[in-house]
Design a protein around this ligand. Structure first.
Ligand code: ADP
Length: 427
């Protein structure tokens, strides 16, 4: 037979992608499905299910019997309430960015100050808001909470109550002690939480027989725990040593650093995800490519960048923001964008903006270090800005560490690495 393959599927905000890799990480097939048009009455769960099974059908049938394992990542804090008696959707999905401020006072009254659950869009706020509306007088015990990736994986393996320590962070799971804290377990809805929390990329069980036979997967194909989409995108870069980091230069500027030490600071929106025995510390600025896009087309960015000399520091000191308000690396909800004075030369202007964003990035890594994280040693880059070699050179000078483009940046690739891990370490 042919060599074993590992399947990762990413459920992002606009569509789903798959990547099929071998043990060496080489991609054998990949594909994408967008969700049907978004509207008021969008049946999100139905669209995700459809995308999942369409993607399975898109995988060339010659590869399917070789697939040893499957893992799926989903958007963080995307939540469904399911009836465990029949698997039916009782409520939701509540999307990653949907906020439930009605639940905040109750959540803040039970959680430690500044805990990650103390944000209106956290999974716990979604759960508490739903609980207050439906079961405040006590209800039946069959309703359970699933994250988006738990639910999609469940469609493939059929076991209730399984999740991973990345997805459950925003419902209050403590990955350091490996359990839910007592302030959460004492709540009347605690029985709704996933009960079996594993590391990402750990085997859950065999693929369901009906799915297996319909698509022609092998009898040995196992379904493995997943993670969140941003962790999967980080994993794609394969940089798991302390001090290694990934900066994402997309619409926003986000940094993620592998650290020996867990750091959290709600003022800056900084928190840590567990990654085996290490921590993945993250922070996101409101600055980023969205500001570039307001000023220049992508073609202009390419042509103007040609005239930039990255070895000479720009004298311009801007703070590019799409609107007022910044959180990381400066916590100031009233901060105003600073994009002036604008020089006559567009190339000079762009140079100043790219250099100013590099300073924000450097300040971000400096702040993580000040909060106690392992100092950054090397930066990989993902997102649209990663293509800009002049910017990379500017950043290398400003950050003072090697900077290069990440070879793989798709979350689906990171999910495939989790499947690989589940198949090769779990047996
Ligand atoms: P997202 O998925 O977060 O929307 P992408 O990763 O697709 O973003 O990156 C898009 C961003 O990259 C845009 O905001 C754009 O301004 C920026 N971008 C595109 N090309 C370049 C370039 N050559 N130099 C710098 N930035 C660029």
């Amino acid at each position: 037979g042919s060599r074993p393959l590992y399947l990762g599927i990413d459920f992002g905000t606009s569509g789903a992608r798959y990547a099929l890799i071998d043990k060496q990480g080489a991609i054998h097939a990949e594909g994408k499905r967008t969700y049907p048009a978004v509207g008021q009455s969008t049946n999100w769960a139905g669209s995700w299910r459809e995308a999942l099974f369409h993607l399975l059908g898109d995988i060339p049938s010659v590869h399917r019997p070789s697939i040893s394992s499957i893992s799926i990542d989903g958007t963080s804090a995307t939540t469904l309430i399911i009836d465990r008696n029949n698997g039916e959707l009782l409520a939701g999905p509540f999307l990653y960015n949907e906020s439930f401020p009605d639940a905040l006072p109750m959540v803040k009254s039970i959680a430690p100050a500044n805990h990650t659950v103390c944000s209106g869009s956290s999974t716990l706020c979604k759960l508490v808001s739903w609980w207050n509306k439906h079961y405040s007088n006590g209800g039946d015990d069959s309703a359970i909470l699933m994250h988006q990736s738990d639910w999609l994986l469940w469609l493939l393996h059929g076991k209730y109550g399984v999740s991973d320590y990345n997805n459950t962070l925003k419902v209050g799971y403590d990955p350091e002690i490996g359990s839910y804290p007592s302030w959460l377990m004492s709540q009347p809805y605690s029985h709704m939480l996933p009960s079996s929390i594993r590391a990402p990329g750990v085997p859950i069980g065999p693929i369901k027989e009906d799915v297996r036979s319909q698509y022609g997967f092998s009898n040995d194909c196992v379904i493995c725990t997943g993670t969140t989409d941003s962790i999967a995108a980080f994993l794609a870069a394969r940089t798991t040593d302390p001090g290694k980091a990934v900066t994402s230069l997309g619409s926003t500027l986000a940094i993620k650093l592998v650290s020996r030490v867990r750091v959290e600071d709600a003022r800056f929106g900084v928190y840590s995800h567990r990654m085996d025995d290490q921590w993945l510390v993250g922070g996101a600025s409101n600055s980023g490519g969205v500001v570039l896009r307001q000023l220049f087309s992508d073609d202009q960015l390419v042509t103007l960048s040609r005239d930039i000399d990255p070895s000479s520091p720009s004298p311009h000191d801007y703070y590019p923001l799409p609107k007022s308000g910044e959180r990381f690396p400066v916590s100031d909800p009233d901060m105003e964008p600073r994009l002036e004075p604008r020089p006559d030369s567009d190339a000079e202007y762009l140079h100043g903006i790219l250099e100013s964003m590099a300073r924000i990035e450097a300040r971000g890594y400096k702040l993580l270090k000040e909060l106690g994280a392992t100092p950054v040693e090397e930066v990989f880059t993902s997102g649209g800005g990663a293509q800009n070699e002049k910017w990379t050179a500017i950043r290398e000078r400003v950050l003072g560490v090697p900077v290069r483009k990440a070879e793989q940046t798709e979350a689906a690739y990171g999910a495939a690495l989790l499947a690989l891990r589940g198949a090769t370490t779990g047996k």
